[in-house]
Design a protein. Structure first.
Ligand SMILES: [Zn+2]
Length: 347
């Protein structure tokens, strides 16, 4: 089977590779239609590693996927052949302590697509547990289905924030994840969300959504903009979605007393953290690692029209052009949010 293989750092190949396609009793086999290119895929390509996860053998990339069920295991009742689906890429051990606590995303045994040594799904077919495969509502396209995975991170962040209706949100960073977080925060009850970035292009994409207010950091500080917008009180919930160490300087100036700061972005190195600043406001600090139990809710929001992710799909490539898609993703054009690859058109 042809797949997009990361041979080693900096070397991609579209080539044949043996992938396990045995359908177990609880599994479904999926003909992959659309796969999104994620920052993590690109980072493995350019750096060969993310933190402790190091590419030591050829690995198929891709983990944001939608497709059509073509075969179901003998115990599967929830899905049928022909169902259009999207897939949650992390599969935990169901009997682990973390899974029993409902925290399956932090199960140390979780197997996550395109995280070494687990192959991703930039290939025509994949086999996946039915329990982590979700039927797409009729009005949700494959392209939107492949956006559920990155949006799920926003959903997890909004859930961790424990938003109360009418909260004012603030998001540091208008990259793909920052925008996903802002949209989930609005859907979760925020009255408005201020979002900061140094890029006018990125801010313009975010600000096209009603309720998202852009703050250009080349013109003002985020703290000043939030103070102005909230009468000096601060945002109820602040999401750090840039992963930049600099974002931690003055982080607690953004949040109101008793508010929440949710850490979503993953800094490369250890960062300085203003403990007195957090304590003096009794700030609740939350962290987000991937997501758990949010795919159904994400699909409900997309199907209802409350969340529209289509404007964030800024380029689509044929499977044969996968390497070109990755080269463009490496460019990190500020006008690009999500690039997608169509693996198989006809399903
Ligand atoms: Zn992703």
């Amino acid at each position: 089977m042809q797949a997009l293989v990361l041979e080693e750092k900096g070397v991609l190949a579209l080539r044949d590779i043996d992938l396990p396609l045995t359908v177990g009793p609880e599994d479904v086999k999926i003909a992959i239609h659309t796969v999104g290119v994620c920052g993590s895929d690109v980072h493995y390509y350019t750096h060969g590693a993310i933190g402790p996860y190091v590419v030591r053998a050829p690995m198929v990339l891709g983990h944001e996927a939608a497709g059509t069920v073509v075969e179901v295991g003998e115990n599967v009742r929830s899905l049928s052949v022909g169902d259009r689906v999207c897939m949650e890429p992390g599969v935990p051990d169901p009997s682990s302590r973390a899974s029993k606590l409902g925290l399956y995303n932090v199960d140390p045994a979780v197997r996550f697509w395109a995280t070494p040594p687990v192959h991703g799904i930039l290939a025509p077919y994949a086999v996946h547990p039915a329990a982590f495969t979700y039927r797409l509502p009729d009005n949700v396209s494959f392209a939107e289905g492949a956006m559920v995975e990155p949006f799920a991170i926003g959903m997890q962040a909004a859930t961790r924030a424990r938003i109360v209706p009418g909260d004012v949100g603030a998001v540091i960073g208008a990259g793909p994840i920052g925008i996903m977080v802002a949209l989930a925060a609005l859907a979760g009850g925020c009255s408005r969300v201020l979002i900061s970035d140094f890029s006018a292009e990125k801010l313009a994409i975010a600000a096209a959504y009603p309720g998202i207010e852009p703050v250009n950091l080349t013109e003002t500080t985020f703290a000043a903009a939030i103070a102005k917008a909230t009468g000096g009180w601060g945002a109820d919930v602040v999401f750090e979605a840039s992963g930049s160490a600099k974002a931690f300087d003055g982080l607690f100036d953004l949040v109101r007393p008793g508010g929440a700061v949710v850490l979503v972005g993953l800094p490369v190195d250890t960062v300085r953290f203003d403990v007195p600043g957090a304590i003096s406001k009794e700030v609740r600090v939350e962290t987000v690692f991937r997501y758990a139990n949010v795919f159904d809710r994400a699909l409900e929001l997309i199907a209802s029209g409350k969340v529209d992710l289509k404007p964030l799909i800024t380029g689509t490539y044929a499977f044969g052009e996968s390497i070109a898609a990755f080269e463009r993703a490496v460019e990190a054009r500020p006008t690009d949010v999500k690039l997608q690859i169509r693996v198989q058109e006809e399903n």
